[in-house]
Ligand binder design. Structure first.
Ligand code: AMP
Length: 419
């Protein structure tokens, strides 16, 4: 009995050739925009010491408490496949003293992440994000540039119906006071809360504001608003962010309950959603994390960034998969022509001409069919006669016109064609 073939792991996806040029085009768009804004790419390893996440993200977050792929390796090290990028980038920033070399570091990444979530459309266990992290400035113009950059990329990708939700969760001082205020407010309703929210009440009460439950939303309608707990500096910072956004005509909605799940956020937080997506409509989340670098053992350094999910961007954008067909297909008749075929193919490729040939030693008819199927513009035919007199036949596959030229003129001839 034949075994059933092994399948990919639940929540992971293959990116097949009929989709991969969409990915490449998207990555190219991101890279070009990053260059314009002066951001440099950073690439960090696929796995890290688990402490990077337990310290940098927070034990009580969903990501760390429930979703990480962690293991102890043969040497006894506790390791984790990265479930997010900000903590690894901050770890790298500290380790390589990037803050000493430059007072501002503007970094970006395009990378794969791993979270053991319940898979559904737009939510996977391996997925990809592009994101940016800026270290070194606490000033509002940085926050605004970060948001503007995200919007710039999404507009360039043709996304419409975007909503920017904006909030400030203030300084640590403000958050402490607000945390207590939320606990006091919810104390009389404790028994009505779900088990998850009751757990959060003790560990991370601000997360209760993220609830999706209509009953809890009803209770929270009268909850205290974080803006009443901002310090003067928090308020001034947020006002300036809002004013600058208005100045560059980026619309936003104030969203006082946008606190985000991660521990290291301070002040500005934002989320961008797309109406073109279903339940998983968040395409980008970001914010300021002025406490993170210090928390991971570095010198106090303000930071801000965002991460956007690439699968969701591709779901929301209507880009085509632009297959880049080969341009030349070399048709060889007889085994003796193989060396000449391979050599010619190599020369054409050196001149950046997309070239392929037949690997199956098929009949001339089958090779011509293959040339058409692959979308080649020209076939170069080499048979025994051509081999003898060092020539080739070049056939235009759209008109079927053909002509014979000497082998040493092929490259020059190709350059004259509208490829
Ligand atoms: P987060 O790192 O949780 O703030 O997520 C940032 C963005 O990554 C979200 O707005 C989504 O676009 C995307 N994202 C988060 N989790 C997943 C997932 N499991 N599968 C696909 N995309 C995700």
């Amino acid at each position: 009995m034949s075994k059933s073939p092994i399948r990919s792991v639940k929540g992971t996806q293959d990116i097949l050739p009929d989709q991969s040029t969409r990915w490449q085009d998207l990555e190219l768009t991101i890279q070009k925009i990053m260059d314009c804004y002066g951001y440099k790419e950073i690439r960090t390893p696929a796995f890290e010491h688990s402490e990077v996440f337990s310290q940098g993200v927070g034990e009580e977050t969903d990501i760390v408490s429930k979703e990480m792929y962690s293991w102890t390796d043969q040497g006894g090290d506790n390791l984790t496949l990265k479930p997010e990028l900000t903590a690894p980038v901050a770890r790298s920033f500290i380790q390589h003293n990037l803050g000493v070399q430059n007072s501002i570091n503007k970094l970006y990444y395009i990378d794969a992440l791993f979270r053991r979530e319940r898979p559904q459309k737009g939510r996977y266990r391996q997925f990809h994000q592009f994101g940016i992290e800026v270290f070194g400035s606490e000033n509002p113009e940085t926050d605004v540039e970060v948001i503007a950059l995200a919007m710039h990329v999404f507009h360039k990708l043709g996304l419409k119906e975007l909503t920017l939700q904006l909030n400030s969760i203030g300084s640590p001082e403000c958050r402490n006071n607000y945390r207590n205020a939320i606990k006091n407010f919810l104390a009389p309703h404790f028994d009505q809360l779900s088990q998850t929210s009751q757990d959060r009440y003790n560990n991370n009460p601000l997360r209760i504001l993220d609830t999706k439950s209509p009953d809890e939303k009803e209770i929270l309608k009268d909850a205290p608003n974080i803006s009443n707990y901002w310090t003067i500096d928090d308020k001034n910072h947020f006002d300036e962010v809002c004013n600058l956004l208005k100045h560059i005509k980026i619309d936003y909605q104030l969203s006082p309950s946008l606190v985000r799940g991660l521990d290291y956020y301070t002040r500005t937080t934002f989320e961008i959603t797309s109406n073109e997506l279903g339940a998983q409509n968040a395409i980008c989340g970001g914010g300021r994390y002025d406490g993170l670098v210090e928390k991971l053992g570095g010198k106090p350094t303000p930071g801000i960034g965002f991460a956007a999910g690439i699968e969701r961007l591709l779901l929301a954008s209507s880009s085509d998969n632009k297959i880049r067909n080969i341009q030349i297909y070399i048709v060889g008749i007889g085994n003796d022509v193989r060396p000449t075929m391979i050599n010619l193919a190599e020369e054409l490729r050196s001149n950046d001409i997309r070239t392929s040939f037949d690997y199956l030693r098929r009949s001339i008819k089958a090779q011509m069919r293959e040339a058409n199927k692959l979308g080649a513009q020209y076939a170069i035919i080499i048979g025994e006669d051509e081999l003898k007199d060092k020539s080739v036949i070049i056939k235009d596959l759209s008109t079927s016109n053909q002509e014979k030229i000497t082998l040493d003129l092929v490259q020059k001839y190709m350059k004259s064609l509208p490829l």
